[in-house]
Design a binder for this molecule. Structure first.
Ligand code: GLC
Length: 721
């Protein structure tokens, strides 16, 4: 490994025009076979290859022949260097490889899983986190991260909700902008930047019954109002790649869906980056029963606009013959290759193909600043669901620590790149580091706990393993296992005060748990600095401020359950709860256990005096909204103030609430603030009966509050435009 001898060159910023000129000149020297090679992403480690006979030595030969454009999930510097060296020294045109990897919530420093990060409702924090993730990723020699994942989610049975930004399109769009701009920075030639890949296009979060890789069936309006907005947001930040989804949409696999990839992604959203498949999703259109064989699959995907094939080899094996038979166009091939060459050029790989490859990348990992940011992320992503005047704990009483997760390091979740569980600070370690008086009771010592009169408060840490969420981990049972439920019950029967902390990659059903705890913190999978962030919250160093971005069901039978649902013709009537002929269940409430936007604080926020500055809104006007919020507590705390609208009538049925703005506001103890929002006509628009993006003349409610279920309201009319 000659890594130590590399002389790195400075990377220059290249404009698109300059990159295009360079790429075009190079393209004209390429053979068709070499062009097709640029469209192939090879795996390298055999453990990343599922279902394929695989031989790494053949990859090296193919790199020499210019038949590989990028590599998947290679992440050790020596191998990256060796493979790049083959490409730039032994291939005919010396075109460098591009290295792509899933780094979605941390490369070496594990931040909270993305669903937890979305609970911060803080785009600027997400931006800083994405920059920190990019810094570690780039300095490990990786060029592209397959992130952000922006699938809108409504079903906690689906394991991949852990990667998402939750159930709201507006919030997800704001966070998506922050991820992409944080990863990519102002130039891909910046050594601290990586190119981003938004995924999965589109609709993967709507898999039927929450079952992984299952069918998706949504309306065009749901595609436009719920699924597309975060992709539109990613394109607005010049996201470099878009990854297609495994699922069908309108009964065509997304990877071979011309309507989706050309009409929507290219033309409607204006995306001009690279369209990459998901892992063998090209070949899988045969399993979807829309292609008769590999060659047919290659043709359909290529015709649909799919430009880079991940792992499967339908392009490598069949594009040449399809081109020669005139079944696909050389111009389309050139367009796809140009995009790949331009991306490599803008990343500086033609100036320095060994960009950010060092013998000692460890110096860039787990830096103090990065870990400090990770603590902030934990503090702001944990959601306090209940607090019967128990938290924060005072430091003068010894507390009990109990439960399978109290000293666990299984807190980094899936898709954790090279993050190590061994680096995780557990809850118990954090209490030790802070010299907080505690006693750890193993389950076998519960009699001691029961009889220990000094210990009046117990922290019980329960949860699901990180391996229970993520890809390929859909599950039908959303409860903690019975053993853990009984453990909590038995402690509650000891007449102790209980702080329950739950670790999970998804919303679980907590209905039967919450009465056995006096305070509940939902920590998701908080990552490397889990224990520190939780300690700071439990002891009041900082106040919880996270707000749910995915609804917590009262019962799993309610799923899918989400806040922005339609009203129906027979909405539930609280005044007549048992009336049979309304939209309801006979054995469960309609309401969730905890709604979208919900989360408690040590602050006590009182919302009063919501006012708007006009009763009628005209096209070019803006609507000024103001609310008074008082923090009626002794604690400094941050509150996420949420603004929703509701259209009272429209040419199609619209959700009962639509999030349109939010602000995270800091309050000192007993401080009162006026919080302002500005809305424009665009905030009232939706896709009407003819799929026209318009507001329509109607009456709208403006609602402001601490969650989707508690709001002050004012009405406004749009009479003409
Ligand atoms: C996986 C995932 C996708 C990931 C890709 C590469 O199957 O669906 O999100 O980026 O393969 O690892």
């Amino acid at each position: 490994m000659l890594l130590k001898n590399i002389q790195h060159k400075p990377l220059k910023h290249y404009s698109d025009l300059h990159a295009h000129e360079f790429a075009e000149k190079l393209l004209n020297r390429m053979t068709t076979k070499e062009k097709i090679g640029q469209l192939y992403q090879a795996p390298y480690y055999s453990d990343t290859v599922t279902g394929h006979a695989f031989d790494a030595s053949s990859t090296i030969e193919e790199i020499k022949m210019g038949m590989v454009g990028s590599l998947l999930s290679v992440h050790d510097e020596g191998t990256l260097f060796d493979l790049q060296k083959v490409a730039v020294e032994q291939s005919r045109l010396h075109i460098p490889l591009i290295f792509m990897f899933d780094v979605i919530h941390g490369y070496k420093t594990a931040f909270p899983i993305n669903l937890a990060l979305s609970n911060t409702w803080e785009p600027n924090l997400i931006y800083r986190i994405a920059k920190a993730i990019a810094y570690e990723t780039a300095h490990a020699g990786i060029h592209v991260t397959f992130s952000p994942m922006v699938d809108l989610v409504r079903d906690p049975k689906w394991g991949r909700v852990m990667e998402s930004n939750g159930e709201d399109p507006y919030l997800s769009s704001e966070l998506t902008k922050a991820y992409v701009s944080g990863y990519q920075g102002d130039s891909l030639s910046n050594k601290n930047a990586v190119a981003a890949c938004v995924k999965h296009f589109a609709g993967y979060g709507f898999v039927e019954a929450g079952r992984e890789y299952n069918t998706v069936d949504v309306s065009k309006r749901k595609l436009f109002t719920m699924i597309l907005p975060p992709f539109r947001a990613a394109v607005s930040q010049n996201v470099a790649l878009t990854m297609t989804a495994f699922n069908t949409l309108f009964d065509r696999p997304a990877t071979a869906n011309k309507y989706l990839l050309k009409d929507i992604l290219r033309n409607e959203l204006g995306f001009n980056g690279i369209i990459i498949s998901d892992y063998t999703s090209t070949e899988e259109i045969i399993s979807h029963k829309v292609a008769k064989d590999e060659k047919d699959a290659a043709k359909q995907c290529f015709d649909a606009g799919l430009e880079h094939e991940m792992v499967s080899r339908t392009y490598l094996n069949h594009l040449q013959s399809l081109l020669e038979a005139g079944e696909i166009d050389y111009s389309a091939l050139d367009e796809a290759v140009l995009r790949m060459l331009m991306l490599k050029y803008k990343l500086g790989l033609f100036d320095d193909p060994y960009r950010n490859l060092y013998t000692n990348s460890k110096q860039y990992m787990l830096l103090e600043n990065t870990k400090k940011l990770a603590v902030e992320a934990v503090e702001k992503s944990v959601v306090m669901l209940k607090n019967d005047k128990l938290l924060p704990l005072s430091k003068h009483e010894k507390i009990g620590l109990v439960g399978p997760f109290i000293d666990s390091k299984d807190l980094i979740g899936e898709w954790a790149a090279l993050c190590e569980k061994s680096d995780v600070v557990s809850i118990k370690s954090a209490f030790e580091e802070n010299h907080f008086p505690f006693k750890h009771f193993e389950e076998t010592a519960f009699e001691d706990l029961k009889n220990d009169n000094e210990v009046k408060t117990v922290i019980v840490a329960l949860g699901e393993s990180g391996a229970h969420a993520g890809e390929g981990n859909s599950k039908t049972n959303l409860h903690l296992d019975t053993h853990q439920q009984n453990l909590l019950k038995s402690i509650k029967q000891m007449d102790k005060k209980v702080v329950l902390i739950v670790f999970a990659g998804r919303p679980l059903i907590l209905t039967n748990l919450i009465n056995n705890a006096d305070a509940v913190l939902y920590a998701y999978q908080p990552g490397t600095m889990a224990g520190i962030g939780l300690f700071n919250l439990i002891t009041g160093k900082t106040s919880p401020s996270g707000k749910l971005t995915m609804t917590f069901p009262f019962h799993e039978g309610q799923v899918p359950i989400y806040y922005n649902h339609l009203k129906t013709g027979r909405p539930f009537d609280e005044k007549r709860p048992t009336y049979r002929y309304n939209s309801r269940y006979i054995d469960a409430p309609n309401e969730p256990l905890y709604p979208f936007g919900y989360g408690l604080s040590y602050g006590v926020f009182i919302y009063t005096n919501l006012r708007i500055d006009k009763q009628n809104l005209h096209p070019n006007e803006q609507l000024n909204v103001q609310v008074t919020i008082q923090n009626d507590s002794i604690y400094a705390a941050e509150e996420v103030v949420q603004l929703y609208i509701e259209s009272e009538y429209y040419s199609v049925s619209r959700p009962v609430d639509e999030l349109k703005a939010f602000k995270r506001i800091k309050f000192n103890p007993h401080e009162t603030k006026q919080v302002d929002f500005v809305l424009t006509m665009n905030d009232f628009r939706s896709y009407n009966m003819n799929m026209i993006w318009t507001a329509e003349i109607s009456k709208y409610q403006i609602k402001v509050g601490p969650s989707s279920s508690e709001k002050l309201s004012q009405s406004i009319e749009i009479k003409d435009f």
